[in-house]
Design a protein around this ligand. Sequence first.
Ligand code: CTP
Length: 406
Amino acid sequence: MLKGKSIILGITGGIAAYKGAALCSKLVQAGAKVNVIMTESAAKFITPLTLQTLSRNPVHIDTFDERDPGVVSHIDLADHADLIVIAPATANAMAKLAGGHADDMLSTTLLAATCPILIAPAMNVHMYEHPAVVHNMELLASRGAMFVEPGTGQLACGYVAKGRLAEPEDIMAAIEAWFVRGGMLAGKRVLVTAGGTMERLDPVRYLTNDSSGKMGFAIAEAAQLMGADVTLVAGRTSVAPPAGVRLIRVESAQQMLDAVMDVFEESDIVVKSAAVADYRAVDISDQKLKKSGERLVLELERTTDILETLGKRKSRQFLVGFAAETEQVEHYAMDKLQRKNCDLIVANDVSREGAGFNGDTNIVQVFGAEGLIVSLPILSKREVANCLLELIAGRLASVEGTAHDS
Ligand code: CTP
């Protein structure tokens, strides 16, 4: 898949540098031509000889170590790269790129490069959450950098938290996805909703649901890797949102409606994977409710159905809804598709093992006006997101093709 592709692998100085070696090996096995650039700190964690042996190319560390008088190395490498992958990317490496610094071989090559950049950060969780790091990642994303989110687990510093470099397999999947699908949604504005809404009862209590936000986050991340400009409207979620997308946090169904309406007109594709409350409290108490009596009856009223509202309002937008069902999946999915005027409905039977809320996998069936389009096996939410977006991109391209023909 990567045959003939020229990839620069930037390895910076963190303990996860050793995973850079595994990634290098996988890239070479997949047929890519890999040039490794290490920072001096990276070379304290892993030897350049390891990377030279795996990449079968000289490893670059020093900008002034010019071995071929016929070229200027950092310009030559940058000019010939199809993609630059920085794995692991330290906070310092990202800060330098965000600030436009060029004080070593990697940072200098990055400034000279015009190809896309994929960044796989790895650091301590507090560093990862530091406003300066968050700001730098947002800045890089706004300039088009793509990210592979760090995983959660045991960190070298002793914490069990987010910050572990994504596994080499995951970084490979993101690289391959970019080469296969990158550009499929270039120029498209994608609006994704994720997570569950929170309907307040009083200042300390609320009604919500089990949605983790993982499915919506996977869709937002995949859309971004496919070249889209992504806005993510997220309610209550149990995992961190992907970097590189415009994030709007909301609580209630009403706030989600308002946020979605603000960007709907300018959107080309809208994927409504959020689990929106159908009812909210008629009265939201300003003060904490005091208990009284053995029973409490809450009076609830219907919220606005956001998807249905968008379905009535839509002009050119490609509208995708979700349907979480526990029975008669096809019947309810087709009913929602028609009632809410969607182009596609992604339905899952949340009573099945491996499907639905909170897990990392999903089992979905996608329906269009013609009925069932595809029934996917159990897949990771990332893979479901890729399949769904490929389907959307294909449908959109054929709609646009028809519009051009007529
Ligand atoms: N949805 C929405 N606004 C609501 C309720 C649901 O936009 N107030 C959207 C969801 O984001 C999802 C789709 O509608 O894309 C289907 O949600 P689901 O909860 O499965 O269906 P409901 O419309 O609530 O229907 P029912 O309760 O009959 O299953």
